[in-house]
Design a protein around this ligand. Structure first.
Ligand code: NI
Length: 173
C-alpha cells in the first residue's frame, strides 16, 4: 500500500444527489473523525511522522486546518464573484511556520470544527446549478467547479485522518 494515499487519490465523479449527501456527511463528520483519530495520543506519538519523511501527526492536523481554511475562502469567493482566481499556497512551506510546532493541535481542531460548520451549511444550501459555479486555481491555471471543490475536501479530510489511523494501526497504538 502507498502510505501517502491510504484511501487512494481523489477521483472526481459526476454530480448526483446521493453522492452530494455522502459528501456533505463527510464534511459534517470530519472534525469528529479527526478527534477520534488523535484520541489519547501522547506528545511523542503526536510528534511521530505518519511515514518516513512525512509530516508528523501534529503537522497533519495543523495542515488540515490551513487547507480547509483555503477551501472555505475559495468557496466564498466563487459564490460571490464570477469565475474568480483563487490562491494556491505552498503547503510544505506553510507546514514549517511557527504555529505548527508551537501551538497544541487542539487550537487547529477547534478551527476545523468552525470551518466545517461553515463549509457544511454553505454546501448544503447550494442547488445543483450552484455547484456548476467555477473558479480558476492560481497555480495550475485550471478551472474547477464547486462540485469538484466539495468532493476534493470531503476526500482530503478523510485522506489525512487515515494517515493517522493507519499509523496507529501499524504501531499498535
Ligand atoms: Ni493535504
Amino acid at each position: 500500500m502507498d502510505l501517502r494515499y491510504p484511501i487512494g487519490q481523489y477521483e472526481p465523479a459526476p454530480y448526483s444527489d446521493a453522492l452530494r449527501e455522502e459528501r456533505l456527511a463527510d464534511i459534517k463528520f470530519l472534525p469528529g473523525l479527526l478527534e477520534k483519530a488523535i484520541e489519547n495520543l501522547d506528545e511523542a506519538q503526536l510528534n511521530t511522522p505518519y511515514r518516513d519523511g512525512g509530516w508528523t501527526v501534529k503537522q497533519v492536523v495543523h495542515h488540515v486546518s490551513d487547507s480547509h481554511l483555503n477551501a472555505l475562502s475559495r468557496l466564498k469567493f466563487t459564490l460571490t464573484e464570477e469565475n474568480p482566481t483563487v490562491m494556491g499556497y505552498d503547503e510544505e512551506a506553510w507546514a514549517k511556520t511557527a504555529e505548527y510546532t508551537q501551538l497544541p493541535i487542539n487550537v487547529s481542531l477547534t478551527m476545523i470544527h468552525t470551518i466545517h460548520a461553515k463549509l457544511h451549511v454553505l454546501f448544503a444550501n447550494l442547488s445543483a446549478e450552484d455547484f456548476k459555479r467555477t473558479y480558476i486555481h492560481s497555480q495550475s491555471k485550471k478551472q474547477f467547479d464547486l462540485w469538484f471543490l466539495l468532493g476534493m475536501y470531503a476526500w482530503h479530510g478523510k485522506h489525512h485522518a487515515a494517515h493517522i489511523t493507519a499509523l496507529r494501526e501499524r504501531m499498535g497504538w
